[in-house]
Design a protein around this ligand. Structure first.
Ligand code: MTE
Ligand code: MO
Length: 368
């Protein structure tokens, strides 16, 4: 498709962004795609209604009783399944921390025009469903199959290109990753906004791989060229750069902002004295967090780490601080078992993907 086919071409393009000033369309995106409230980082599992949302188009409203998942393309034994068939297969529940690749985008300058996340596009849920790999094996990819594509029922336009939201994984990734076909979240059937009745969960990767409203699984003999695979979710230095695909989550940590907030600035107010700071840290690909440090009055102090609920779930951390009167900037940074450390400044990317720089929280401590 060329840009002249863009049905929206005559109606103006994306609006230029200006640091600190948000356009109406960015506010519109933010109203549709809510974020997690950082106070719930105190919990192991994010309450379902507070899990962040990223919905590119409209939520397709699907009748679960009529829904069929089809396996098609370069398979020797294509078949289809209904929801009851999937529930009758071996069931697994896995706690998985999901983070949007665009989380932190607002921290970049210049900022690309897309969902203007700050810190809140992350959450942990207990997902229930069946492992994907045995179903792929049952369908039997032909010898020349190179990738499996996962297509959602939602359809819309981006940069003038109409498409179903779709992503792919290579045969090697299917063999390596613990991909799940999921119908329930925290013990309840998926809500419409989280992909009902069926979605993919790709543990350890950024959220874009976890296709919601899953309708088709297709074996391909050439790499998938869908918009969400080749035109976005790529790290790019500049607009000409073909880029590298976004895959596993980068090491990151967040704290529950202490004290109480100012309504509009979200800056914090605290009484002086002892306070326990708590938060969560995670990394991608099942890699564990080995250290979290909190910057308190210019000094980096090591936090205590709890045991995580599973290889794909975040780790709780805590750190004691004696708050003294005045203004403080608190930061936290995690290190994973591979030695990756969160940077203090945002890593550059044209689209603002995977900004894992240390969170900053401004705190005003009252006079004693
Ligand atoms: N079909 C479909 N799947 C999708 C999306 C989408 O817009 N359509 N958004 C993706 C992105 S970018 C993310 S971060 C996660 C968000 O999942 P959640 O809304 O359940 O938190 O879903 C992914 N799967
Ligand atoms: Mo995302």
């Amino acid at each position: 498709m060329t840009t002249s086919d863009n049905p929206f071409a005559g109606y103006g393009g994306r609006i230029a962004t200006d640091d600190g000033v948000y356009s109406q369309s960015e506010v519109g995106l933010a109203n549709r795609n809510s974020g997690n409230l950082l106070e719930t980082l105190a919990l192991d599992v994010t309450p379902t209604g507070l899990h962040y949302l990223l919905i590119h188009f409209d939520v397709p409203l699907i009748d679960p009783a009529a829904h069929r998942l089809t396996f098609s393309g370069a398979f020797d034994a294509p078949f289809e399944l209904g929801l009851d068939d999937i529930r009758a297969l071996p069931q697994v529940t896995l706690p998985v921390t999901l983070e949007c690749a665009g989380n932190g985008r607002s921290g970049l300058s210049p900022r690309s025009h897309s969902m203007p996340w700050m810190y809140e596009a992350v959450g942990t849920s207990e997902w229930t469903g069946t492992p994907l790999r045995p179903l792929i094996e049952r369908a039997g990819p032909k010898d020349d199959a190179v990738e499996i594509a996962f297509l959602g029922e939602d359809y819309g336009f981006d940069k003038g290109v109409g498409h179903h939201f779709g992503r792919s994984l290579t045969m090697a990734q299917i063999a390596e990753l613990d991909v799940m076909l999921v119908h329930s979240m925290n013990g309840q059937p998926l809500l419409p906004q989280h992909g009902a009745p069926l979605r993919l969960i790709v543990p350890g990767w950024y959220g874009m791989a976890s296709v919601k409203w899953l309708g088709k699984i297709e074996a391909l003999t050439t790499p998938f060229d869908g918009f969400q695979q080749v035109r976005t979710y790529r790290f790019r230095e500049n607009d000409e750069d073909p880029g590298r695909p976004v895959t596993e989550m980068r090491v990151k940590s967040l704290m529950v902002p202490p004290g109480v907030p100012d309504w509009s600035s979200r800056k914090r107010w605290l009484e002086p004295g002892p306070v326990t700071l708590v938060g969560r840290a995670w990394s991608g690909g099942g890699v564990s967090v080995s250290k979290v440090e909190v910057e308190l009055d210019g000094e980096w102090r090591e936090a205590r780490l709890d045991r995580r609920a599973g290889p794909y779930a975040w780790t709780r951390w805590s750190c004691d601080w004696t708050a003294t009167p005045g203004v403080h900037l608190l930061r936290c940074r995690a290190t994973d078992a591979n030695g990756n450390v969160q940077p203090l400044d945002p890593p550059w990317d044209v689209s603002g993907f995977a900004n894992n720089s240390a969170q900053k929280v401004f705190v005003f401590v009252a006079d004693s």
